[in-house]
Design a protein around this ligand. Structure first.
Ligand SMILES: [Zn+2]
Length: 316
């Protein structure tokens, strides 16, 4: 009995020593370019799919539905489980009248920051998590897989990769899941105005909205729209270069609808912003048919790879 106990203590010590020595091993030196490429290889289409399934599985994420705080808390908890212990909710009041009924609600953005090393510059990486579906009762059903579980999945995958790299970025990166986009960009407007009022030095805002639908997956070329603003053509060019170098996609810029998603309030508040969007129009948009089955996660992965490279290039 005693002997066995001593042996197990010895085993524990050996394991601890082995773990310590492994931890002390220096990782092989990488150039900056190699590091960025390495990060992009970590992007997983399986992870993107599982995040979209998880969000769709909530039934509805309609901004006026009773479960809205629960949805935000679940997203915050997922960030915490990835090591973002500072993840929190930031709430704002929203009153909305729909079909003669006035809804007085609190809405909840989810914020997950990574503190940078050097200065107070900030990059915001965002996507709206609320959803909408017509033709059904959206208080009960609004799967919003492509719009916009796909964008939230992209943001969370980059958050996972940045955390996994164990290297602190030079600048602060803040991941934000926005509430109530579908009712009028409310979550991003609240957050962008708050940042402007407090003088935050936001160097760039990256928005994902609908990034997983491709009409013809067997086509020779897949396209992505990098939507920009009149103050962000320089980072648009940088993003285009990242798509050339780190993805199989052909990028273009059609800014016709650049006021239709969460990057727009950042632009209005004087911040440079980009909005990544699929090249094709999806027929199930804002219907109960917007489900995992319409998403192509190989396509989404290419968007996440290139934008991950852009974010790494600007922040590491
Ligand atoms: Zn959307």
């Amino acid at each position: 009995m005693k002997f066995r106990r001593q042996l197990s203590l010895l085993q524990v010590l050996v394991i601890l020593l082995a773990a310590f020595l492994t931890g002390c091993q220096k990782e092989p030196e990488m150039t900056r370019e190699e590091f960025i490429s390495y990060l992009t290889t970590q992007v997983s289409s399986d992870n993107l799919e599982s995040s979209v399934r998880w969000l769709e599985g909530m039934g509805t994420r309609f901004a006026l539905a009773e479960n809205r705080r629960d949805v935000a808390v679940k997203i915050r908890n997922r960030f915490i489980s990835m090591g973002y212990f500072g993840a929190s909710l930031d709430s704002f009041y929203l009153e909305k009248t729909i079909q003669g009924v006035t809804y007085k609600t609190w809405q909840y953005n989810v914020i997950a920051p990574v503190e940078g090393m050097d200065d107070d510059s900030i990059t915001v990486v965002g996507a709206h998590y609320d959803s909408y579906a017509s033709g059904v009762n959206p208080f009960v059903t609004a799967p919003g897989a492509n719009d916009n579980a796909s964008g939230v999945a992209a943001m969370m995958e980059i958050a996972r990769i940045f955390r996994g790299s164990r290297i602190r970025p030079e600048h602060t990166v803040i991941f934000v899941a926005f509430a109530a986009e579908e009712l009028g960009l409310h979550g991003s407007r609240y957050q962008a105005e708050k940042s402007a009022a407090s003088g935050d030095k936001i160097i760039m805002m990256i928005n994902y909205d609908m990034i997983s639908y491709i009409a013809n997956p067997s086509a020779n070329q897949w396209y992505v729209n990098i939507i920009s603003y009149d103050n962000s053509s320089d980072i648009r060019d940088d993003a285009a270069q990242m798509f050339d170098e780190h993805s199989t996609l052909i990028s273009y810029s059609d800014n016709t609808f650049n006021d239709r998603s969460d990057s727009y309030p950042y632009y209005l508040n004087g911040f440079k912003a980009l909005f990544f969007h699929q090249g094709d129009i999806e027929g199930t948009y804002h219907t109960p048919g917007d489900r995992v089955s319409v998403c192509n996660f190989e396509y989404a992965r290419e968007i996440v790879k290139a934008s991950c490279a852009l974010l790494a290039d600007k922040n590491y």
